[in-house]
Design a protein around this ligand. Structure first.
Ligand code: UT7
Length: 328
């Protein structure tokens, strides 16, 4: 019998502090009407004293509890992030210590907003290599640590948070089966979405002041077009490869970057609006945390029901994108 990878538990955590669009109006040259109509975002959660590790830990504890698993049972920890606590050590190593376990495999994975779906596929490969693996994957971001509050074209878009999933091997009929994943990337348009500072191409010298290159810089229009095109194409590809049509899809769960992108992808795929999960209004764009927060939220709220076929579609800097099919 073949080995399949199953999601055994999901959890998410966001910091308590909220910035509504009205809060942003007080210190950014923007307004609720622009943000709501252009992005669908109404509020975002922002860290005060928490770090990426704190968010990752809280989400992971919930995912482990939902899986009915102890941290000690884990064999691998993967954290998808580009806003970890520090470049070295990795947030996954710090998370392992915070969970009270040692001598396991721990790695951070950097694929921007697509990081969680990339981690899902790495976990599936590891489970295929060794079916006794029990893997925690977590998407965690503190995007606001890299937001330039003087750049209104980006600062209104992002929020902080983390989402996690625990995976292990199982048989075909069991719930939470990851049926398939397709990943892709294209470095050609890479410079349309950057955080350059702290990279070796932009080395610091003692005494340098912090400049714009240390923050998110984005050609929004270019990213928007690419996001709609690539998420639609890769979703069609994964459906076809697994002999499904969009009519078989119970829930379309896209990366929560912008309501207009989400609705455009839904329309192009011909998935009815009531089957498309949206929570970008509540959390903003949380990058690698967006898909696992949405998954955990959709499962908790009952939007994803037992037996549902869920189509994930993600997109992010790199540029990277991907799609997964999961049977809950
Ligand atoms: O996570 C994956 C990566 N990120 C994304 O997927 C984001 C993709 N891109 C987008 O979501 C959209 O392109 C944005 C929401 C970023 C921008 O929407 P847009 O419809 O593409 O607007 P735009 O950049 O073309 O800007 C239109 C106008 C400009 O004014 P003018 O030049 O037309 O007078 C901007 O200055 O809106 C202005 N503007 C704002 N006005 C009020 C830009 N940001 C703001 C703002 N408040 N926050």
């Amino acid at each position: 019998m073949s080995t399949f990878s199953h999601i055994r538990g999901l959890g998410f955590h966001v910091p308590e502090k909220l910035y509504t669009n009205a809060d942003l109006e007080k210190f950014v040259d923007t307004n609720d009407e622009w943000i709501t109509t252009r992005t669908g975002i109404r509020q975002r959660h922002i860290v005060e004293n928490e770090t990426c590790l704190d968010l990752a830990h809280a989400a992971s504890v919930k995912a482990l509890a939902a899986a009915g698993m102890e941290a000690g049972e884990l064999t691998h920890i993967i954290v998808a992030t580009f806003t970890g606590d520090m470049p070295v050590p990795t947030t996954s190593c710090l998370l392992m210590e915070r969970l009270g376990i040692r001598n396991r495999v721990a790695m951070d994975l950097s694929a921007a907003c697509s990081g969680f779906v990339y981690a899902l596929e790495v976990a599936r490969a590891l489970i295929n290599l060794d079916p006794s693996s029990k893997i925690l994957i977590c998407g965690a971001e503190v995007l606001t640590s890299r937001v330039n509050w003087e750049d209104r074209s980006t600062c209104v878009l992002f929020g902080d948070g983390a989402g996690a999933a625990v995976l292990s091997a199982g048989q075909e009929g069991e719930p939470g089966r990851v049926i398939d994943t397709i990943l892709s990337a294209d470095g050609g348009p890479a410079m349309n979405l950057t955080i350059k500072g702290a990279g070796s191409a932009y080395p610091y010298k003692l005494g340098d002041t912090v400049g714009e290159e240390n923050f998110v810089q984005m050609q929004g229009r270019e990213i928007y077009k690419h996001a709609v095109r690539s998420m639609t194409a890769i979703s069609n590809e994964i459906l076809e490869r697994n002999s499904f049509t969009t009519e078989d899809v119970d829930v379309l769960l896209p990366h929560q970057a912008n309501l207009r992108i989400i609705e455009a992808v839904g329309k192009k795929l011909d998935v009815p609006r009531e089957k498309v999960f949206v929570n970008v209004d509540m959390f903003g764009n949380t990058s690698a945390a967006s898909i696992p927060i949405a998954l955990a939220d959709a499962r908790e709220s009952g939007f994803i029901k037992d037996g549902d076929l869920v189509l994930l579609a993600t997109f992010g800097g790199g540029l990277t994108w991907g799609s997964s099919l999961i049977q809950f």
